[in-house]
Design a protein around this ligand. Structure first.
Ligand SMILES: Cc1cc2nc3c(=O)[nH]c(=O)nc-3n(C[C@H](O)[C@H](O)[C@H](O)COP(=O)(O)OP(=O)(O)OC[C@H]3O[C@@H](n4cnc5c(N)ncnc54)[C@H](O)[C@@H]3O)c2cc1C
Length: 486
C-alpha cells in the first residue's frame, strides 16, 4: 500500500513527486507513456513567465510569481540550464499601448519586480532585429527560458533518488474507492493501492476525476503549433518577444532556447481530440507569418523541425488545485495551462500543503538530497577538461551526434542514470542526440546500436518512443533469404 499515488509524469506530477520526496511518504508516480514529459510538458514555449499576464487574485497569478522566484535555486540544485533573459510585449500600433499599460499595472499588482515600459530606442538596443514598425514594449526582467523536458526529467530523477517509485508504460483505467476509504487503482499492469491520490493527468485530468467520482469539471484541449529554427538563426532574438495578448492566449512569440536555437509559435486552436498533436501546413504558415511580423529576418528555410502541444483549458479561467469534497484523499492538480511550467514548483508546494491538511503525515526525511548527480555536457567543457575526461573514460572521446557534439559517454550515462533513457526520443530529451540540424539522419543508427548494447536487447527491439514504434523491421539479408526459401 502506497501513502500517495500521483497520476501523470508531466512537470506537475514530477514536481509534486520531488516536493513529497522531502518527507517519509511512500509514493508512486504512474505514467502511461514509456517516459516522463511525453505530454504537454514536452511541447510548450519553455518560458518561465514573469507573471504580469494572469488576472490578479487568481491562482495563476500567485503561483506564477512564486514559481518564477524558485527557479534559480531549483536549476542550480538539479544542474539544468536556465537563463533569465527577460521578455518583451511589443506594441505595433497606438491602440496597443493601453494593453501594455494594463499588463504593467497587473504585473505590479501580482508582485512582479523589474518591469518597465521602454521606448523605441531602448527596444532596438535590446532587440536590433525587431520589426521597424515596433513602437514600444513592456520589458520584464525576471522572465527566463528553460528546457521543459530536461526540467521534468531532472525533477523525476531527483525524486527517484530520494525514494519515489515510478511505473512507466502504466495506464490508469479505473479508480475504485474502497469501503475503508483507500484507493485501488486499476492499470494495464495490475492494481496499485494508495491512501491518497493526486490527479496530475494533464488534458486527461477530467477523465481521472470522473473515474474517482469527484465533483465534475471539464478540460478542453487547445492546440499550439511551433517551429524550431537552426542555431544559425539564434542571433535574431536576445529576449522572449511577444505581441500583445488576445483572449485566446499570449499570441505568437519569438524566443531563443537554452540550447541556442530560435523557437517560434504557438498557434491557438480549440480541438476535440486530446491525442491530436499533429502539425498542419496552415498552422505552421501562421507561425512563420506571425513570427516574421515581429522579427522579419527569420528565414523559413532554416526551420529544422516542428511540433504541437495541447493546452489543458479548464471550465473556469484558473488552475484547478483542490481536494475533492466528495472523495476524501483525492486531490486534483489539473487545468494547468500556461503558466503551468512556471508555476510547477509552487503548485507542488500547494498540493503538499493540501495533502497535509487532509491528514497525510509528512515527516521530514533526514537523508533527502536536493541535488541530482551532475550531468557531463562535453561541448561545454574547456579543451583541457575534455582531454582529462577522455583520459579517464575514452567513451567521451567518441562524438556520436555531430550536430550537437554529443559523445558516447554522455549517451551511456543518460541510459544508466535513474529513470534512464529507454528509446531514441528518451535520449533526444536527455542529451539532444538527433535534436540538431540533421535531426538524427547521421547518428540514429549509431545511437540505436548503443541503446541495444547498453539495454542488452536485440537492435530490432529499439524503439523511437516506446510501445510498437520500432525503427527496424528486421535484418535485410535474413528477410531476403527467407523470401528465397534459404
Ligand atoms: C502551446 C503551449 C505553450 C505553453 N507555454 C508555456 C510557457 O511558456 N510557460 C509556462 O509556464 N507554461 C506553458 N504552457 C503550459 C505548460 O506546458 C503546462 O502547464 C504543463 O506542461 C502542464 O503539465 P502537466 O504535468 O499538468 O501535464 P502533462 O505534461 O500533459 O502531464 C500529464 C501526464 O499524465 C499522463 N496521463 C494521462 N492520462 C493518464 C493515465 N490514464 N494513466 C497514466 N498517465 C496518464 C500523460 O501521459 C502525461 O504525461 C504551455 C502549454 C502549451 C500547450
Amino acid at each position: 500500500m502506497y501513502d500517495l499515488i500521483i497520476i501523470g509524469g508531466g512537470v506537475i506530477g514530477c514536481s509534486v513527486a520531488r516536493e513529497i520526496s522531502h518527507y517519509q511518504v511512500k509514493t508512486l508516480v504512474i505514467e502511461k507513456e514509456s517516459d516522463l514529459a511525453c505530454g504537454t510538458s514536452k511541447s510548450n514555449s519553455a518560458i518561465i513567465h514573469a507573471g504580469y499576464d494572469p488576472d490578479p487574485g487568481t491562482l495563476k497569478a500567485r503561483l506564477n510569481v512564486e514559481g518564477n522566484s524558485m527557479y534559480s535555486q531549483i536549476c542550480n540544485e538539479l544542474d539544468i540550464p536556465f537563463r533569465r533573459i527577460g521578455s518583451l510585449v511589443v506594441a505595433f500600433h497606438d491602440e496597443d499601448i493601453p494593453t501594455l499599460e494594463k499588463l504593467h499595472h497587473q504585473g505590479m499588482e501580482n508582485g512582479v519586480a523589474g518591469m518597465k515600459i521602454i521606448n523605441q530606442n531602448e527596444l532596438r538596443n535590446l532587440e536590433p532585429h525587431i520589426a521597424k514598425e515596433a513602437l514600444m514594449a513592456l520589458y520584464a526582467q525576471s522572465a527566463g527560458i528553460i528546457c521543459p523536458f530536461t526540467l521534468t526529467i531532472a525533477m523525476a530523477e531527483n525524486a527517484a533518488q530520494n525514494g519515489v517509485d515510478f511505473s512507466l508504460d502504466t495506464e490508469v483505467t479505473a479508480i475504485d474507492v474502497c469501503p475503508d476509504g483507500h484507493f485501488s487503482i486499476l492499470t494495464n499492469r495490475g492494481r496499485f493501492e494508495s491512501k491518497y491520490v493526486v490527479n496530475a493527468a494533464g488534458v486527461f485530468g477530467e477523465t481521472m476525476n470522473n473515474m474517482a467520482g469527484g465533483e465534475p469539471f471539464s478540460i478542453r484541449p487547445r492546440k499550439g503549433e511551433y517551429c524550431i529554427l537552426d542555431k544559425a538563426q539564434g542571433y535574431l532574438a536576445n529576449t522572449t518577444i511577444f505581441t500583445v495578448p488576445t483572449k485566446m492566449g499570449k499570441g505568437i512569440l519569438v524566443s531563443p532556447t537554452v540550447d541556442g536555437n530560435l523557437l517560434i509559435g504557438p498557434t491557438a486552436a480549440d480541438i476535440d481530440d486530446k491525442e491530436d498533436t499533429a502539425t498542419t501546413a496552415e498552422g505552421l504558415q501562421q507561425v512563420i507569418d506571425g513570427a516574421r511580423r515581429l522579427v522579419p529576418g527569420i528565414q523559413a528555410s532554416k526551420i529544422i523541425t516542428s511540433f504541437a502541444g495541447l493546452r489543458a483549458i479548464p471550465d473556469g479561467d484558473d488552475f484547478i488545485i483542490r481536494s475533492s469534497k466528495k472523495i476524501k484523499g483525492f486531490v486534483n492538480a489539473v487545468g494547468i495551462e500556461s503558466p503551468g511550467l512556471t508555476s510547477a514548483p509552487a503548485i507542488a508546494k500547494m498540493v503538499r500543503q493540501i495533502l497535509m491538511d487532509k491528514g497525510l503525515l509528512c515527516e521530514v526525511k533526514s537523508q533527502f538530497t536536493p541535488h541530482r548527480k551532475p550531468v557531463v555536457r562535453f561541448r561545454e567543457l574547456s579543451a583541457a577538461e575534455q582531454r582529462n575526461l577522455i583520459k579517464k573514460n575514452p567513451s567521451y572521446g567518441k562524438v556520436i551526434c555531430r550536430c550537437e557534439t554529443i559523445t558516447e559517454g554522455e549517451i551511456i550515462d543518460a541510459i544508466h542514470r535513474p529513470l534512464g533513457a529507454r528509446n531514441l526520443d528518451g535520449l533526444k530529451r536527455r542529451v539532444r542526440t538527433g535534436a540538431g540540424r540533421c535531426q538524427g539522419s547521421f547518428c540514429t543508427p549509431r545511437v540505436a546500436e548503443i541503446l541495444a548494447r547498453e539495454l542488452q536487447i536485440p537492435i530490432e527491439q529499439v524503439t523511437k518512443s516506446g510501445k510498437a514504434s520500432y525503427i527496424l523491421a528486421g535484418k535485410a539479408k535474413e528477410q531476403q533469404m527467407a523470401k528465397r526459401g534459404n
